[in-house]
Design a protein around this ligand. Structure first.
Ligand SMILES: Nc1ncnc2c1ncn2[C@@H]1O[C@H](COP(=O)(O)OP(=O)(O)O)[C@@H](O)[C@H]1O
Ligand SMILES: [Mg+2]
Length: 355
């Protein structure tokens, strides 16, 4: 029976590294707390809840499972006796920009872990790098450019309207109705918020006004699960059809309540097109075990990748688990496939002991 350790990002220094210091002075006085590395400080304490749900489901599948909160650093010595780690880490010391660093510690220690390699996490954390790799692989991405300062004129090659996103963030941090700009004044204000207030480069991307589709990739090699869609149909008129920060994280907001994730009903041609794009993106970014692509489909049926989320949320109520359920997989069956590669990669302890 494999022994697994589920690692999650704790919201403060707790055991085992209770002596670790809090990131003192790391949050400047801006509306969005930003770390010295430029990442938004994690404020979503959901990671621990998910870790316990994952552990319970994997125990029901016959694994022995520990759950471990991580704050300042990955306690690799405590993981020597586990067969594999279920990596739910989203950063270190509350800093989302350190997600790849946390995973690299597992790699360096030679501990098999589920989810994506540090390289892949690092590439996807930088939207401009991710976009370039996708483009090189022939995956359609909307026209876009990265700005480091507030522009004096409209950027060439990016038709209006646009959406302005922090280039190194995920989880819709910094994205609300003001992120969609149709004129220069709106663009300047949106870029100012990202560059000045969040301390990050701003990705200005053509706004694709269409359906939003999610493609979940499970296992290694990745299988494209039945597509999901964000249903914007009940969103009050006048609201941009986007998955804003509130839509993801504020259950009391109408943005949250009016953007449910449902099964996508697309014609066969568009479905096939998106599946091909998803497989190509997975190869280009070396995605494995678990990942979700966000796409937009325009009026002509053209599909555009707007975001890649390796190690996306594994909560039972999140889009990934819903997609697995559409494929007929229970939560536990889905998790078994997420961890299968790492479990198979575990060193043979009996061989090591008898050597
Ligand atoms: N190019 C785009 N066209 C239309 N909507 C977009 C575009 N880029 C982002 N969005 C909207 O903004 C949301 C968040 O953007 P995304 O790139 O997925 O960032 P995050 O990494 O924060 O999830 C998306 O789910 C989508 O609703
Ligand atoms: Mg996204």
């Amino acid at each position: 029976m494999p022994t697994l350790a589920v690692l999650f990002s704790a919201v403060g220094p707790t055991a085992p590294d209770a002596t670790a210091s809090a990131p003192e002075g790391s949050a400047p006085p801006t509306p969005v707390p930003v770390s010295p590395q430029g990442g938004v400080l994690l404020s979503r304490a959901d990671n621990e809840r998910v870790a316990h749900l994952v552990a319970t489901a994997l125990r029901e599948r016959g694994h022995a499972v520990h759950v471990l909160g991580v704050w300042a650093g990955v306690p690799v010595e405590r993981l020597r006796n586990v067969d594999a780690v279920v990596n739910l880490l989203e950063g270190l010391e509350g800093d989302s920009s350190r997600e790849a660093e946390a995973t690299e510690a597992l790699q360096r220690a030679g501990i098999p872990f589920s989810g994506n390699a540090a390289d892949t996490l690092g590439r996807c954390q930088r939207k401009e790098v991710c976009r370039r790799l996708l483009l090189e692989a022939g995956v359609p991405v909307p026209a876009g450019t990265v700005l480091h300062a507030v522009p004096m004129e409209w950027p060439a090659g990016v038709p209006a309207p646009v959406i302005v996103k922090p280039a190194h963030e995920d989880a819709s941090e910094g994205i609300d109705a003001r992120a969609v700009a149709r004129d220069l004044a709106g663009l300047q204000a949106a870029v100012r918020r990202v560059v000045v207030e969040m301390g990050q480069p701003a990705l200005v991307e053509q706004f694709i006004d269409g359906r939003e589709i999610t493609a979940s990739l499970l296992g290694s090699p990745p299988q494209v699960l039945p597509l999901g869609e964000i249903d914007f149909s009940t969103l009050p008129a006048g609201r941009p059809r986007i998955v804003s920060y509130a839509a993801k994280w504020c259950p009391e907001s109408d943005e949250y309540q009016c953007t449910p994730s449902v099964g996508a009903r697309l014609d066969a041609t568009v479905t096939a097109r998106i599946e091909t794009i998803a497989r190509r993106a997975a190869a280009a970014l070396k995605l494995r075990d678990v990942a979700r692509l966000d796409l937009r489909v325009d009026a002509r049926g053209g599909a555009w990748v707007i975001d890649v989320n390796p190690n996306c949320d594994l909560a039972p109520d999140a889009g990934f688990a819903k997609a697995a359920a559409r494929a007929g997989l229970s939560y536990g069956e889905m998790l078994d496939r997420v961890v299968a590669r790492a479990v198979a990669a575990r060193p043979d302890r009996r061989a090591a002991a008898s050597a």
